[in-house]
Ligand binder design. Structure first.
Ligand code: PMV
Length: 375
């Protein structure tokens, strides 16, 4: 396959250059990128660093129809978060003998390394290159604790890898690639509010995330991430969702229900109606956990402190505060509320015994190109 050589106007149209969040001017960004692509040839490899943010699903993805291509059985809807981020640098070079990956300074080996190599191979195939890669990634929030670290990391990795390989991909193409690294990563390529279309094709070409509203659509919306545990969870979401598909009698009901949940959530979101959005978000998260708990043996992510936080959220509502929780595959609830209540919600949740800390996030941006590399 011919190596793709990006043309500058197309490169400027890719999502991570559209709204750079880092502190530098638009022109400086264009100038730097122009410089980098001008030296990009198969024997003169390049390096790129991007940043992406986690997304938290308002309507969850739980269960695949194709485990190899990461095709979901149901669509999902998420908000990309400001604040928390993953940064990834990727470099291709003929000097490298093998792909090498470091996550937060730890070298990645074995099956985990294979996941990276699979993504690298897909990108090398598209770009028509064969150089091995060096990858370094850093997260500023805990991994594998239900905070969608794989979404942020996967989106940063995919966008940096495509750029370093000289590919000129659209947001939807990047989303499709990111999906195959970690399903939910496809929703962190773009910012704001994204819907991952499940698609119907067996090759997965129609399964990617589409931004339904930018971050500016609802700047008052907040998610208070309540960190109760930073420990790595016992069962990854990937394994747990497959276990639900294979053994939970509630899985069929979940698949029947999600389209309806999503319709309600989408209209409430587009209307900026938290009184309509909150209840369906909370119910959908509980439905997902009910499916997981109905598996055999059960998958239980909730800890005693998780239930304490849930109780506190219900208490907020009794006191007239609009607050609803959602919960990914981990013990850390995320509370949906408005900016006017966020400080009070965060303060009250920080005081719940067992809560380590809270992080308040607003709707954030998609993947952005950075000019400082990690190595
Ligand atoms: O993409 P994964 O394998 O990290 O799975 C994500 C699953 C949930 O976080 C529980 C739900 C979701 O839609 O993000």
């Amino acid at each position: 396959m011919r190596r793709a050589v990006p043309r500058v106007p197309d490169v400027l149209a890719i999502p991570f250059t559209r709204a750079p969040s880092c502190a530098r001017s638009w022109l400086a960004l264009c100038g730097k990128y122009r410089l980098e692509i001008s030296v990009l040839t198969p024997t003169n490899p390049t390096k790129a660093t991007t940043q992406a943010h986690p997304n938290i699903a308002l309507i969850k993805y739980w269960g695949k129809r194709d485990t190899a291509l990461f095709l979901p059985q149901t669509p999902s809807l998420s908000m990309t978060l400001s604040g928390l981020s993953a940064k990834t640098t990727v470099e291709f070079s003929t000097a490298f003998k093998a792909d090498r990956v470091e996550l937060d300074g730890q070298s990645v080996q074995g099956r985990e390394l294979e996941r990276f190599t699979m993504l690298l191979d897909r990108v090398r195939g598209l770009a028509g290159i064969s150089e091995r890669a060096r990858i370094a990634s850093r997260n500023d929030f805990p991994k594998a604790a239900g905070l969608a670290s794989s979404a942020a990391g996967g989106a940063a990795l995919t966008s940096a890898t495509a750029l370093a390989a000289g590919l000129d991909l659209s947001a939807h193409e990047l989303s499709r690639l990111a999906r195959q690294f970690s399903g939910s990563a496809c929703r962190s390529i773009e910012g704001g509010f994204c819907e991952w279309q499940k698609g119907v094709r067996s090759d997965g070409e129609d399964s990617f995330a589409v931004q339904i509203a930018p971050s500016t659509h609802w700047p008052e919306l907040r998610m208070v991430v309540t960190i109760c545990s930073e420990a790595k969870k016992a069962m990854s979401s990937r394994l747990a969702m497959q276990h639900s598909v294979d053994t939970s009698p509630f899985f069929e009901g979940w698949v029947r229900q999600v389209d309806l949940d999503l319709e309600l959530a989408r209209s409430a979101l587009l209307a900026r109606d938290l009184d309509a959005l909150g209840p369906i978000v909370e119910t959908n998260a509980c439905r997902m956990h009910a499916v997981a708990m109905g598996a055999h043996p059960p998958t239980i992510y909730l800890k005693p402190v998780t239930l304490e936080v849930i109780e506190a959220v219900h208490g907020f509502r009794r006191d007239g505060i609009q607050a609803w929780f959602t919960l990914d595959a981990g013990p850390n609830p995320v509370v949906l509320c408005l900016d006017t209540d966020a400080a009070c919600v965060a303060q009250a949740l920080s005081a719940v015994p067992g809560v380590l800390r809270t992080v308040t996030a607003s709707p954030g941006e998609g993947a952005t190109l950075l000019d400082e590399h990690l190595f």
